[in-house]
Design a protein around this ligand. Sequence first.
Ligand SMILES: Nc1nc2c(ncn2[C@@H]2O[C@H](COP(=O)(O)OP(=O)(O)O)[C@@H](O)[C@H]2O)c(=O)[nH]1
Ligand SMILES: [Mg+2]
Length: 320
Amino acid sequence: MGLISFLKSKFAKKKDEKYNNGLEKSRSAFSKKLNDLGKKYKKVNEDYFTDLEEILIEADVGVNLTLQTIDELLQRAKKEKITELDELNDLLIDILFANYTDNAELPTEIIFDENYPTVVLIVGVNGVGKTTSIAKLANRYKNQGKKVLLIAGDTFRAGATEQLALWGQRLDMDVIVGKENSDPSSVVYDGVAKAVKEKYDLVLVDTAGRLQNKNNLMAELEKIKRVIGKLVPNGPQDTFLILDATTGQNGVVQAKAFNEVTKITGVVITKMDGTSKGGIILAIKSELNIPVRFIGLGEKMDDLEVFDLEKYLYGLCIGE
Ligand SMILES: Nc1nc2c(ncn2[C@@H]2O[C@H](COP(=O)(O)OP(=O)(O)O)[C@@H](O)[C@H]2O)c(=O)[nH]1
Ligand SMILES: [Mg+2]
């Protein structure tokens, strides 16, 4: 059984509204175009593959992964003597799925340290949704009974601290802030020291997203990490890069740049609800081999979901 049929039967009774609603724009672009192809071509031929290539690139799957996927699809279609379009689409999704997982168990949820607070550094350029994602993650883990502390490490932008403080109020959660333009690593030190002393489970650290000067950013992030490492062995346990799905392939460029500056352990893709470029998730994994841990599907506190490849592909291709 191909993956599409499998997903259809798996989600027939239990549809995931969040994924399906959040991926509506991506789906209407991607699966509608696939359907149109089905009407245009009765049987599989070479032109079909050219059109398909275009659809994948428009969905922001990325050029490399698109070419690799089409190549594999052509070979397997030939070998398995597939001429029906339905079967071919099924095979396409199988290939995308297999390439993403690559037979590995990929992490999603934050894994908690037993003896120390788990510190997660949040990085990414301005406006991608760092602060909002912190609030969403805080809300998620607070609801799971964790004691959560927020640290406003973005001391450069006026308003950044206030924004996090406001989320802290809404979430009824402690927020550590420093003075404007103070050294972010000193704010981080104070916050993490408090977290260790008062036995917090999770510390989420907001940072300024200045990619203009890579050397400065690298030095700053290294300093923040060093400070955390002094108080928490293995800390920060995670560094999440936040990427805005609406920027498409630019997200891949940002991910590469940040990955050169600091070790990224996971990606959070925001604003999936506002884009038809849902293929970005596949591109990030294929280009950088960094797993997508969470996706943002709206502006509200509970609009964050653990990334689930099956739900994602179902939302992208079927949805109803
Ligand atoms: N639709 C939508 N908007 C989002 C999402 N995540 C963040 N935003 C919006 O993006 C804007 C920038 O977010 P912010 O957290 O301030 O970005 P930061 O500069 O990286 O901290 C805000 O208006 C957020 O409400 C999402 O998943 N979906
Ligand atoms: Mg911010």
